[in-house]
Design a binder for this molecule. Structure first.
Ligand code: SF4
Length: 699
């Protein structure tokens, strides 16, 4: 599969976000003494981004051959306490011995796995199989739990199926109204923003709902700058106003939905002036938003982390789905609800088994038929497959305790930076008997490990990912990895051999693993059984479900029926509760967190890319000039920001674009998540990253 011929190009994909932009990597011309790496070129034919890339994509090759690249396994020396180089056999033996000892002493569930939403489908599948068959532990979850799980849960409740966008991304340009809730699309996915340009050029309106006046909100026809944590009340206010103005699509509601009467009764008390007092959004703007939604012949309502990362995240999304359903904007071309997935394989990563409650094909692990089907593919007795385990944060919260995980394997994640209440998570990691991290740089989490395994990264390996549209794409190997590193699949295969199930349990050829994944997914909600590498290449991606080789794939879902047993979408009457931690005298401000253009997730990759590090070298606290004046703070001054969990220091950045009652911090550095609240959504187990109470003062 590798194409490392000098001067040749390989069609592949960006290592970062869920857009998974297509790009070409050109191998360098061979010159004596040349140390140049591959160069990025556009891939104009790839439909999702049509050649567009953001600066992260353009600079991504710097990660290949980076000077901080790990190329030797590391093991902690018991005498010095330092990580020291070792060889692969020693490192793998140490890991296998630690896992075996832990399970013999404390039981099977005392060994845990923590995966990532950036891992390929093949790796996510192999991690789930390794956990359930080689280790027979229920303790497996992943950082995608902190990304899209509220939208996923809500999508399943309302439509019977979760696929981020139930339509191709290009449909955004064709709808007649776009509502973005808690999404800063222009900054986080610049190549996707061209659809906003087309939409606006067609004279169609854009509504943006966000506590900050982001670059996306700047482009909006109407920006509703709500108080953080009040999305649900705002959505109810809009449904109330749709009813009051006669914009509810009665025919659609009667034919294709259930449950509207309960919502009608619930929203009766959410009249605009009342909602204004909760959300800070002016009542006339709520009425106007409802009118725009009601009058549009087609509209899309898309949520992102701003609405989803709350202890009420599932209910928030359900409330926005209510808006779309009430106006009849679902189940039709160029209309519907969707979630703008964040992580590179946020979609595929939540479908194939690295989630605590799940088996491949988006099957539930507590479903007897699903267990029988997957057990047959794996060649095991269904009764040996463990039941559901703890969600990501709950697993981390219990590390090192009597009934928690005592030895942990981490793949493709850096929870010390990305978990909420991160200093607590660091304490729990330190309480482990054994920690192994597989990564390609020494991330903050890897630096605390007992054993670090250096693994391949994006363009050094082949694998599939499923982008935010539900399009299964193939990220091809374009360069050979440095000597000394192995793929995650190799690592899992080697460990399963050492642990007893024997060779062959985990395949090391990604194409063969994908074929097995297809068989395991067959008949499930996310059915990949009609997809193969050749077909992905020929068709530039295949939309799931695709249950047979001659099936065309499914770019648009729900056109005839929703995926519920009766084919109808479900309204949900969910009441507004507000943030888990409202401001008070000691912590009078709302803290909200998010991404910025130059960086991605925990920053373990992008902070190591010189161009990106220079563009955004450190964290900051964004606050409104009026707030700064009241607190006697000037621009660039170092300030201390404190919440009930921790404090951190960063320069102030004054901006009129944030609400005066709110401060913003990007989460790509150690700092923001020391402060965030670990209150969990009761259904999705999503932590409340997006709002907590904070105090800011000169440092
Ligand atoms: Fe990569 Fe996302 Fe930027 Fe595209 S938008 S180049 S996938 S980071």
């Amino acid at each position: 599969m590798a194409d490392t011929t000098t001067g040749s190009t390989v069609d592949t994909h960006c290592p970062y976000c869920s857009l998974q932009c297509g790009m070409r990597l050109r191998a360098p011309e061979s010159r004596r003494g040349s140390r140049r790496g591959p160069e990025v070129e556009t891939w104009p034919e790839f439909p999702t981004n049509r050649g567009g890339l953001c600066r992260k994509g353009w600079s991504s090759v710097e990660l290949l051959g980076h000077r901080e690249r790990l190329t030797t396994p590391l093991a902690r020396d018991p005498d010095t306490g330092e990580l020291a180089p070792t060889d692969w056999d020693d490192a793998l033996d140490r890991v296998a011995t630690a896992l075996r000892t832990t399970q013999e002493t404390h039981g099977r569930d005392a060994v845990g796995l923590f995966g990532g939403g950036g891992l390929t489908n093949e790796k996510a599948y192999a991690l789930g199989k390794f956990a359930r068959v080689a280790l027979r532990t229920s303790a497996i979850d992943y950082n995608g739990r902190w990304c899209m799980s509220s939208a996923a849960t809500a999508g399943q409740l309302a439509f019977g199926l979760d696929r981020g966008l139930p339509f191709p991304l290009a449909d955004l340009a064709e709808t007649n109204l776009l509502v973005l809730v808690g999404s800063n699309l222009s900054e986080t996915m610049p190549p996707a923003a061209r659809h906003l340009t087309t939409l606006l050029d067609r004279g169609r309106p854009l509504i943006v709902i966000d506590p900050r006046r982001t670059p996306t909100a700047e482009r909006a026809t109407l920006h509703l700058q709500l108080v953080p944590g009040t999305d649900l009340a705002l959505a109810h206010g809009i449904v109330h106003s749709l009813l009051a103005q006669g914009y509810v699509d009665q025919d659609f509601v009667e034919r294709r939905t259930t449950g509207f009467d309960d919502v009608r009764r619930l929203v009766a008390s959410y009249w605009p002036e009342h909602v204004e007092r909760i959300t800070g959004v002016a009542a006339p703007d709520i009425t106007r938003a409802a009118r725009m939604i009601g009058e549009a012949s087609t509209a899309m309502v898309l949520t992102a982390r701003g609405a989803e990362q709350h202890a009420t995240g599932t209910d928030n999304v359900l409330a926005w789905i209510n808006v779309a359903l009430a106006a009849g904007h679902a189940g039709r071309t160029y209309a519907g609800y969707g979630c703008l997935t964040g992580q590179g394989n946020g979609q595929g990563g939540r479908e194939h088994g690295q989630k605590a409650d799940q088996l491949p094909g988006y099957r539930r692990i507590d479903d007897e038929d699903a267990r029988r089907h997957v057990a047959a593919v794996w060649g095991v007795d269904p009764d040996t497959i463990p039941g559901p385990g703890r969600s990501a944060y709950e697993m981390l919260d219990a590390l090192g305790t009597d009934d928690g995980v005592r030895s942990l394997l981490v793949f493709g994640s850096n929870p010390i930076v990305s978990a909420p209440n991160a200093s607590h998570v660091a304490e729990r990691l330190d309480a482990l008997d054994f920690l192994c991290v597989a990564d390609f740089v020494l991330s903050e989490t890897a630096a605390r490990a007992d054993v670090v395994l250096p693994v391949t990264q994006w363009a050094e390996e082949t694998g599939t990912l499923t982008n935010l549209e539900g399009r299964v794409i193939l990220r091809r190997k374009a360069v050979d990895p440095p000597a000394g590193v192995r793929s995650d699949l190799d690592v899992l295969a080697a460990l399963s051999e050492r642990l007893g199930p024997g060779g062959g349990l985990i395949g090391t050829d990604p194409e063969e693993v994908f074929a097995e994944l297809g068989r395991a997914s067959a008949g499930g909600p996310a059915d990949y059984s009609g997809v193969d590498y050749d077909r992905i290449t020929r068709e530039q991606g295949v939309f799931w479900p695709c249950p047979a080789p001659d099936h065309p794939g499914t770019p648009r879902l729900f056109l005839d029926r929703f995926a519920t047993p009766d084919g109808r979408a479900r309204f949900h009457a969910v009441d507004h509760r507000g943030p888990a931690e409202p401001p008070c005298a000691d912590y009078p401000l709302h803290l909200t967190t998010g991404r910025i253009l130059a960086h991605y997730q925990s920053g373990a990759q992008t902070r190591r890319v010189r161009e990106l590090a220079e563009a955004a070298p450190e964290k900051f606290v964004e606050l409104h000039p009026m707030t700064a004046e009241r607190l006697d703070i000037y621009d660039t001054q170092r300030v201390r920001i404190t919440t009930r969990r921790a404090a951190t220091i960063a320069p102030a950045r004054l901006s009129p674009h944030v609400r005066p009652d709110t401060v913003f911090m990007p989460f790509h550095w150690v700092g923001a998540n020391l402060l965030t609240n670990d209150a969990l959504d009761p259904r999705s187990r999503m932590p409340e990253f997006k709002v907590c109470a904070a105090r800011v003062e000169p440092a």
